[in-house]
Ligand binder design. Structure first.
Ligand code: VGL
Ligand code: ZN
Length: 217
C-alpha cells in the first residue's frame, strides 16, 4: 500500500461538513447513514502525521432556497430550477447557529486551523467548499490554502457524492493535488451515482485512497 510522506506545510486534511445535522443524532434534519462513523476515522488520521486540517461547515440561512420547505408543493429530493440552474431540494438542515450545525463535539479540533462556513446566502447553495452552486461565487478557500502553502489535499467527511465530490472536483480544477479518503467519507444515494461521480473525479485527476495511507507505518 502506498503511504504518504506528509509535509507539514504542503499537505492538509479537508474535513467536509462534520456536523450533527447530517447524522442520526438529528433525525428530523438530513441524516446520512453512517455519517457519525466517519468521525472516529477522521480522528485517527488527525492523530497521525498530518499537521493541519480545515473544516467546512454548512451554515444555511433559516429560509435557505435549498430547503424544500421554501417551495410550496415541493418535497425533499425533488429538483427546482433556480437562476443558476437545477437545485436538489433537501429537508431543513445546517441552519446557522443551531445545535445541528455545530462542528461535531467529538471531532478532535487540535489541528484544525480554519473553519469555513458556506451556503450562508439564502439564494445560492454551496456543496463545494471552494465555489457556490452558481459555480461563480468563490468562498476564498483556494486563495487561503495557497497563501499558507498548501498544494496537496486529502478530503474526508460528509457526504459523497455531494459536498465531498463537488469539493474534490473544484480542488482538482483549481490545481491542488487531490485525494479522496474513501473510508473517511459517508455516502448518500445509489451506488451507480456514486460510481459515476467517482469516474468523473478520476477523469479530473482526483485519486481515491484508504485512510491507512495517512497513518504511521
Ligand atoms: C450536503 C446536501 C445538502 C453535504 C449539504 O454535506 O454533502 N448535502 N447540504
Ligand atoms: Zn446544505
Amino acid at each position: 500500500m502506498q503511504r504518504f510522506a506528509l509535509d507539514p506545510v504542503r499537505d492538509l486534511l479537508l474535513i467536509v461538513d462534520p456536523q450533527p445535522t447530517f447524522m442520526e443524532l438529528c433525525p428530523d434534519e438530513l441524516p446520512v447513514p453512517g455519517a457519525e462513523a466517519v468521525i472516529p476515522v477522521v480522528n485517527r488520521i488527525l492523530a497521525g502525521p498530518i499537521a493541519r486540517a480545515v473544516v467546512t461547515q454548512d451554515w444555511h440561512d433559516p429560509a435557505h432556497l435549498s430547503f424544500a420547505s421554501q417551495h410550496p408543493g415541493k418535497r425533499p429530493y425533488e429538483e427546482v430550477a433556480l437562476p443558476y440552474g437545477a437545485q436538489t431540494l433537501w429537508p431543513d438542515h445546517g441552519v446557522r447557529a443551531t445545535p445541528g450545525a455545530a462542528v461535531h463535539p467529538a471531532l478532535d479540533q487540535a489541528k484544525v486551523v480554519l473553519v469555513l462556513r458556506k451556503g450562508y446566502r439564502r439564494s445560492i447553495d454551496s456543496y463545494s467548499g471552494f465555489r457556490e452552486n452558481d459555480r461563480a461565487t468563490g468562498t476564498g478557500l483556494a486563495e487561503w490554502l495557497r497563501a499558507v502553502g498548501v498544494t496537496r489535499l486529502f478530503i474526508t467527511g460528509i457526504t459523497r457524492p455531494y459536498c465531498i465530490d463537488y469539493s474534490a472536483a473544484d480542488a482538482a480544477e483549481l490545481g491542488f493535488d487531490t485525494f479522496v479518503v474513501e473510508d473517511a467519507c459517508s455516502r448518500l444515494g445509489a451506488d451507480a451515482a456514486l460510481d459515476e461521480s467517482r469516474r468523473r473525479l478520476e477523469s479530473l485527476g482526483v485519486r481515491f485512497i484508504g485512510s491507512a495511507a495517512l497513518l504511521p507505518t
